[in-house]
Ligand binder design. Structure first.
Ligand SMILES: Nc1ncnc2c1ncn2[C@@H]1O[C@H](COP(=O)(O)OP(=O)(O)OP(=O)(O)O)[C@@H](O)[C@H]1O
Ligand SMILES: [Mg+2]
Length: 238
């Protein structure tokens, strides 16, 4: 059996841009199951936190400790960016790409990509150039590409930010299925509605600090900080 990568333990992590500390110090523990929603207003540090956890940001201070080696942990996680990366390839080839990098034979990779494209509702678009897909379809393609290696841990940075209600619903369904299949999900959003629908745990982040962390039900029923209360009320009003 492979060693699990979670729990992850982060202690006093800080990310700076020149003279400005844009994240931290943050400490958190990421447990083995469920969906963690990173919630907070624009500029709060959600993207920076996710990128830090995924090893894309250099920490000036602090530590990040996986339950297996860092190298092994990075192999077993994937990241869906807010603006999906679009390749000059067909939809099915774009989805298959991570398997091709793993030297999976092309026929097998394309067959698996076609299957997963079907799961995300892209079965009819397999041979289209990826660039011509709509925004929502591109996001579903990016999700399929992230899921194709069956990551143990999936980060998503506001994957539904530019999507309509229907596409958002579809993406949320795909993520619930991935969760049921055992994928650990960490996703950012500023939408309280999405947090209500999806979250098992919430990390509320504001001005680069995690102000609240814990089970979603308790947080949503009674946030402890003024900032979280304001965010929840503001989101419901707007
Ligand atoms: N080079 C920089 N110098 C100073 N501040 C910076 C720099 N780069 C980023 N920041 C600040 O870092 C903060 C965190 O940004 P981040 O993108 O992580 O927030 P976010 O919660 O993802 O916001 P959004 O909801 O808008 O996506 C922001 O306030 C941003 O202005
Ligand atoms: Mg962001």
């Amino acid at each position: 059996m492979v060693a699990p990568l979670l729990p992850l333990s982060v202690r006093d992590a800080e990310v700076w841009r020149g003279p400005t500390r844009i994240l931290g110090p943050v400490s958190l523990d990421l447990g083995e199951t469920g969906i963690t929603i990173v919630l907070g207003p624009n500029g709060g540090g959600k993207t920076t936190l996710l990128r830090t956890l995924h090893g894309l940001e250099r920490m000036r201070r602090g530590s990040l400790k996986w339950s297996c080696s860092r190298e092994e942990a990075l192999k077993r996680q994937a990241f869906v960016f807010q603006q999906p990366v679009i390749m000059r390839r067909s939809v099915v080839e774009s989805i298959a790409y991570p398997l091709l990098l793993d030297r999976v034979p092309k026929r097998d990779a394309l067959a698996r990509a076609a299957e997963i494209a079907g799961n995300v509702g892209l079965a009819k678009h397999l041979e289209l150039p990826a660039q011509v897909l709509s925004g929502g379809e591109k996001q579903k393609m990016a999700l399929a590409r992230a899921l194709i290696r069956r990551p143990d841990l999936l980060f998503l940075d506001e994957p539904c930010a530019s999507l309509d209600g229907e596409s958002t619903h579809e993406i949320e369904e795909i993520l619930q299925r991935a969760k049921a299949d055992g994928t650990r999900i960490v996703m950012s959003t500023h939408s309280v509605g999405q947090a209500r629908r999806m979250a098992d745990q919430i990390l509320f982040i504001h001005q680069g600090q995690i102000l609240e962390a814990g089970p979603a039900d308790a947080f949503l029923a009674g946030p402890q900080t003024l900032e979280a209360r304001a965010h929840i009320n503001g989101d419901l009003l707007s």
